[in-house]
Ligand binder design. Structure first.
Ligand code: SF4
Length: 391
């Protein structure tokens, strides 16, 4: 068993394995500074099998959401790499022939805003130097919407999407779960503000808070439709071991098991306040409604209308019709446009993408393909039995 971050453990572990003297357990005594992270060895990677590459800049998050395991694992003091370390990783990716998206896989990219700004400025310079539209995406907290300078820097650096933990449109739920950074604001306005900087917002949503009432399902669907968030990841609340939530529910005698860590498989690992069968059924109804073709394409169009670059705004032309993308488009046409159930909605969307949103046609087609993925996943969840409902 290896507990803790690799930087402080891996050398001992590798040495002991090589010598055949591996111990049953290795536990880090402290969280390492990220300046000690080495460059990854890309020769071990079959890059063609990936749609994005991962680069990490920071770990940890200063907030204190009750259900979050990030802060328990990585702590609340954001630690970052040096800017030069990140640029070295990007240089290495370029040298290996990578030209597509890079996910900055931080828990909260803006946990330390000053450092995030420093990196964004360097990324913009790096992109200018190589005259490339290397795209970035990341995860951040919603208070990003309060910092115009940071959003502009992210835009200049080439950030095209950001995942935000929105969780619930119900303010009492946000307060109860200590997600205070999402309160005392219009969530929809904050999302639209971030989108106005050309960034797609992907959203995480949770059902199953103690404060959820029967109307939460309709409110969730209405909110997601108005948000222009195409990729809305709705899951059931999970009480992860080690979290404040787990400890509270344990004290209240409501924990059923340790959970699998997958909040999209409609399994509850605790006794909710709402009737469990009603909660799981409501969760499925939300998925069904937001991933119907019509609802999904409506959200994509709203997002495109908010983020489409103005004429001449894109500095460097990136060749997007690569072999992989061409294959994806042909597959999309066959599966969604010829054999799909909602061919009419699909072709109406493609026509809109090719005309009204032609300056972001690649993004539109990418989202069409991703929509197919979510429709398949939703169908699987809906086809599952309700055997996971605790009695
Ligand atoms: S903002 Fe996100 S990463 Fe930070 S504590 Fe809350 S859930 Fe965890």
């Amino acid at each position: 068993m290896v507990i803790g971050e690799a930087e402080s453990l891996i050398a001992d572990l590798a040495r002991d394995l090589e010598q055949g003297t591996a111990k049953p357990m290795y536990q880090a005594t402290e969280r390492p500074e990220m300046s000690t992270s080495p460059l990854p060895d890309l020769s071990l990677l079959k890059m063609r099998r990936y749609s994005t590459m991962a680069v990490q800049y920071s770990r940890g998050c200063p907030f204190n959401c009750e259900f979050c395991d990030i802060i328990e694992i990585y702590g609340r003091r954001p630690r970052t790499k040096a800017v030069s370390q990140v640029l070295a990783e990007l240089d290495q990716l370029r040298a290996a022939g990578w030209r597509e998206a890079v996910f900055i896989v931080d828990d909260n990219f803006i946990g330390n805003k000053a450092r995030a700004k420093e990196l964004c400025a360097a990324l913009a310079e790096w992109r200018n130097q190589y005259r490339t539209n290397f795209d970035f995406s990341t995860e951040a907290s919603l208070n990003l919407a309060d910092d115009a300078e940071l959003m502009q820097l992210m835009k200049d650096a080439g950030f095209k999407s950001v995942f935000l933990g929105i969780e619930t449109p119900d303010e009492s739920g946000l307060i109860a779960t200590n997600k205070l950074q999402n309160t005392r604001r219009s969530l929809l306005d904050s999302i639209a503000t971030i989108q106005s900087y050309g960034m797609q917002v992907m959203g995480g949503f949770i059902l199953g808070f103690d404060t959820d009432r029967e109307d939460i399902f309709d409110r969730m669907v209405e909110f997601i439709q108005k948000s222009g968030i195409p990729i809305a990841m709705v899951g059931l609340l999970q009480a992860m071991p080690g979290t404040q939530l787990f400890r509270r529910l344990w004290r209240e005698g409501r924990i059923l098991d340790a959970g699998a860590g997958d909040n999209t498989d409609d399994k509850l690992n605790f006794l909710p306040k709402m009737d469990a069968a009603q909660l799981v059924e409501g969760y499925r109804s939300v998925l069904k409604r937001i991933y119907s073709c019509e609802a999904y394409y409506e959200r994509v169009k709203l997002y495109l209308s908010r983020t489409q670059p103005k004429r001449g705004e894109q500095k460097f032309k990136q060749r997007w019709l690569t072999r992989g993308n061409a294959q994806a488009i042909v597959t999309s046409i066959v599966r969604q446009g010829i054999f799909g159930r909602s061919q009419w909605s699909y072709w109406k969307f493609v026509a809109a993408a090719a005309t009204r949103y032609r300056r972001c046609f690649p993004a539109a087609m990418t989202l069409a393909v991703m929509g197919y993925h979510f429709q398949v996943m939703t169908k699987r969840v809906l086809a599952g039995a309700l055997d996971s409902v605790p009695i």
